[in-house]
Design a protein around this ligand. Structure first.
Ligand code: PEP
Ligand code: CO
Length: 447
């Protein structure tokens, strides 16, 4: 089944709208949406097209995609160290991947707008008290009291400005040479000094420096362009009032663009073919991510691709598969075959986080590093054996020294989780575990 009715900016409102907050004051909501509609956009149409072109190269196996960042950004984390540390870990991981995979990378941050969260229940109950669930800083506050949990539309404006500040800082750092490969000390994290894998990383840096030096001697000049890397933003397009307000037409371009992010994605809980989220996103020119899992049938998968990408344009759709290490072998091959049979193209990206969540005996929501790694490794094996291509990975990570996921080189255990468990929603890889994951991908790729 594909959707063929006429699209308009508000046609999503005629569909079933899942995972939305109920605002107590409709007028206040309309006022906030109107205000947001007149705010400057966060990204431009030409950046969006540039990303789509790079994703087309990922689809062809010529580039690798790394998409990473917080499960849920918070307004209070819109600060210099959090933003720059997240950038550092993504830069280090991409360097490991470029060096190990011998391919250019597309860096897609789960940031500058990742402020809305789907929830399994509308209500959260603690000690006999039931309140509206926290739906992300874009909607309400996490504190467990009645006032904090009331959805407040003014938070959308704070979300927009926090996204703008985050992107502005990232752009300024990159433009200022922060990512210059000749100066890795700008973006090394403390990890380098004390991690078990630091020697491997230092050796790699040394080799890269020597190669650059060698190439510069051969060329007889300094190589340009080494300080410039591209960073793109992405978030789950969940809050449809917010997404609609940032969906715009621009001069001298055909069609509509979501100018609130380069790459919006549709979450697993809102990917219904006849739902409001698919409806709003089918009208835009951005490349789009779609989360799919073990519950996604062949008809659903094909319907999503045909509805969101009727012309089968390369780079338009990224299928972010999240099965869990125990379910990927049963489900990924059938999905790959379904698309191959229909001649449909897409970028395949493995999210090894969301199918591997579990709870510990001391009440923490966590993920085991070994399961995350196993799912990525299985994804690589399965794509290879099905004559397909794993284009990238989607990770929840942070540049901070948190203890949220179990395992990794430091063998974090359940007790360690008590030390620095800071996430507001899902457990993230810390910077060491993130680097270790990048190295694991390289080692599997070259095995
Ligand atoms: C997420 O990416 O944080 C998320 C909620 O994922 P999914 O839609 O795959 O469950
Ligand atoms: Co998450």
């Amino acid at each position: 089944m594909t959707i063929t009715n006429k699209w308009s900016l508000e046609s999503w409102k005629d569909k079933e709208i899942r995972q939305q907050a109920t605002y107590p004051d409709g007028n206040a909501l309309n006022k906030a949406v109107n205000k947001l509609t007149n705010m400057p956009p966060l990204v431009t149409s030409w950046e969006i097209y540039k990303l789509k072109k790079k994703l087309a190269e990922v689809q062809m196996g010529k580039r690798f995609l790394i998409q990473g960042g917080d499960c849920a950004e918070s307004f209070s984390d819109c600060s210099s160290p959090i933003i720059s540390n997240r950038l550092k870990v993504l830069l280090q991981m991409s360097l490991v991947l470029i060096h190990g995979l011998k391919m250019p990378i597309v860096r897609l941050g789960r940031f500058a707008g990742q402020y809305a969260k789907p929830r399994s229940s509308d209500i959260e109950t603690k000690d006999g008290v039931s309140l509206a669930s926290y739906r992300g800083d874009l909607v309400n506050q996490i504190a467990f009291d009645e006032k904090s949990r009331v959805p407040n539309p003014a938070r959308m404006l704070v979300g927009h400005s926090s996204s703008a500040m985050t992107l502005n800082f990232v752009r300024a750092l990159i433009d200022g040479g922060f990512a210059d490969i000749r100066h890795p000390e700008y973006w090394n994290l403390a990890w380098i000094e004390h991690s078990g894998q630091s020697t491997e990383y230092q050796d790699m840096m040394k080799k890269i420096s020597e190669s650059i030096e060698f190439a510069e001697i051969l060329a007889g000049r300094r190589l340009g362009n080494l300080s410039r890397v591209d960073f793109y933003s992405s978030h789950e397009a969940l809050h449809l009032h917010y997404e609609q307000a940032l969906t715009r037409e621009v001069p001298r371009q055909e069609g509509w663009f979501n100018l609130g992010t380069h790459f919006p994605w549709i979450g697993l809980r809102t990917n219904q073919l006849d739902g409001a989220h698919v409806e709003l996103l089918r009208g835009i020119n951005n490349p789009i991510g779609i989360k799919v899992g073990k519950e996604t049938s062949k008809e659903h998968l094909i319907g999503l691709c045909q509805t969101l990408n009727p012309s089968n344009e390369a780079g338009k759709i990224t299928l972010i598969h999240r099965f869990g290490a125990n379910n990927i072998e049963e489900n990924l091959p059938r999905m790959i075959k379904s698309l191959q049979e229909e001649g449909i193209g897409a970028v395949w990206c493995c999210d090894p986080m969301h199918g591997n969540t579990e709870s510990t005996s001391n009440g923490y929501k966590t993920r085991r590093f070994e399961n995350i790694k196993k799912e990525v490794e299985l994804a690589m094996e399965i794509h290879k054996s099905e004559n397909s291509n794993l284009g990238g990975v989607h990770l929840e990570l942070t540049g901070e020294n948190v203890t949220e996921c179990l395992g990794g080189a430091r063998e974090l255990n359940e007790k360690d989780l008590e030390r620095a468990y800071l996430t507001q929603v899902d457990p993230r890889l810390n910077y060491e575990q993130s680097l270790e994951m990048a190295m694991a991908i390289v080692s599997k790729y070259n095995s």
